[in-house]
Design a protein around this ligand. Structure first.
Ligand code: S3P
Length: 443
């Protein structure tokens, strides 16, 4: 297993275009596969997770061709779809570590006229609940089954579907996306309700591909379709990857980073609201000083993008509650790290969902940071951190979780003694060039 050391560092300075968005890359390949004709994706994330999606759609009969790589590590990919009702080829699908693939693809497969598919993956994927998609799909008339009624492998047999009106018990963009894809193939309309909005990449991309989607306050309704056609798609930078650099700049004295072409979908940037509450000065222009500026906001395609400027900032403890969680779900480990350097206590609650991620992120974040000297305690639905204005350092085990590996690296730069990250190669799931990019910003 790989161990990589990150020593206390001087300022991080310069510009970086973070890697392409993982959520949008998965969806671009999936929607391309169910579309008619070719979908040309520029800036497709080249990572283990998104490669699993390319392999999965190929196994279902889509034709995938790869072109050149761009400067930010994105690939040009063309997906020749099999068509919405084109009869996906029966297959045994290895999703690797990709929860998004595991939970979204079955929506399409469930409504195929015939065929049988099995979705399975690595050790960590086998612990990730799929009853959350099995329940609504079954209510739509699908034939799905899973291990112990809850876990992968997931078996799907194509059948006739009917529309439903559904509110997932936990806020989840993956579940919403799965039900919407099934809705395209169902008889009658399908509505998904959510009290707290989650990322809406699927809705935006399906609308751009010609699907009939209606979005009202707290609900999205999709009509059945005969075909969709997604055409071209440019993937913006991943806010969740950029967030690690923002954290590094906020923590390390003298830092100033510009992160360009970052996707700022409203369902993704809850970290900015939390940072504001933690006392980080937020602005939409760049007047210098400390904190975070969101500049050059524009909408070149279905998704808004911006440049983020991040500088060292003092931090204070804050309360993070259930309503903050969906839009910051993947960034809560970063909140835990920042809280170690804040003045006062930070409490995250309403985030039990963290226990069902690539690792049990309440346990792994709490154990990992405590091992580096943090005063942090696990709660059933979150954690509490007593800010002590720093971290000693030490060893952190990534537990096969890419976000924990990156967290350890940033902790190392901001710590007194540095951090050795065991199992650092987990970063390949979402950001294979993370270490190279991080070191390029250190002066
Ligand atoms: C994702 C949704 C979130 C997030 C995951 C990616 C997506 O999961 O944590 O990393 O691409 O839709 P949930 O839908 O389980 O909240």
């Amino acid at each position: 297993m790989s161990a990589v050391r990150f020593d206390p560092s001087g300022p991080l300075r310069g510009e970086l275009r973070p890697p392409p968005d993982k959520s949008i890359s998965h969806r671009a390949a999936l929607i391309g596969a169910i579309g008619d004709g070719p979908t040309r994706i520029s800036g497709y994330l080249d990572s283990a997770d998104t490669r699993s999606t390319l392999a999965a759609v190929s196994a279902c009969g889509a034709k995938v061709s790869e072109g050149d790589r761009d400067g930010a590590g994105g690939l040009f990919v063309e997906v020749e779809g099999v068509g919405l009702r084109g009869g996906a080829r029966a297959a045994e699908i290895d999703v690797g570590n990709a929860g998004t693939l595991l939970r979204i693809l079955p929506g399409w497969l469930a409504g195929q006229g015939e065929g049988e598919w099995t979705l399975d993956g690595d050790e960590s994927i086998r612990l990730r609940p799929v009853d959350r998609i099995a329940a609504p799909l079954t209510a739509m008339g699908a034939d799905v089954s899973c291990r112990d009624g809850r876990l992968p492998p997931l078996r799907v047999r194509g059948s006739a579907l009917r529309g439903i009106d559904y509110e997932p018990p936990v806020a989840s963009a993956q579940v919403k996306s799965c039900v919407l894809l099934a809705g395209l193939l169902a008889e009658g309309e399908t509505t998904v309700r959510e009290r707290i909005p989650t990322r809406d990449h699927t809705e935006r991309m399906l609308a751009a591909a010609g699907a009939e989607i209606r979005r009202d306050e707290g609900a999205v309704t999709i009509a059945p379709a005969e075909r969709i056609e997604s055409g071209d798609c440019a993937v913006p930078g991943d806010f969740s990857s950029a967030a690690f650099f923002c954290a590094a700049a906020l923590l390390v004295e003298g830092s100033e980073l510009a992160l360009s072409e970052v996707g700022i979908n409203r369902g993704r940037i809850g970290l900015l609201t939390i940072l504001d509450r933690m006392g980080v000065e937020m602005s939409d222009s760049d007047r210098g000083g400390s904190g975070l500026a969101v500049r050059e906001v524009r909408e070149p395609g279905p998704e808004p993008v911006a440049t983020l400027i991040a500088r060292r900032s003092p931090l204070r403890g804050a309360a993070v509650g259930a309503e903050d969680v969906p839009a910051a779900i993947d960034e809560l480990p970063i909140v835990a790290l920042l809280a170690c350097f804040a003045d006062g206590e930070t409490v995250v609650s309403g985030a039990a969902e963290l226990r069902s991620k690539e690792s049990d992120r309440i346990a792994t974040v709490v154990d990992g940071l405590r091992g580096l000297g943090a005063e942090i305690e696990a709660r059933p639905d979150g954690f509490a951190v007593n800010g002590t204005s720093g971290l000693r350092g030490g060893r952190l085990e990534a537990q096969g979780d890419h976000r924990l590996a990156m967290l350890g690296a940033i902790a190392g730069l901001a710590s007194e003694e540095g951090v050795e990250v065991e199992g650092f190669d987990a970063v390949a799931v979402s950001y294979p060039a993370f270490e190279r990019d991080l070191r390029s910003l250190l002066s």
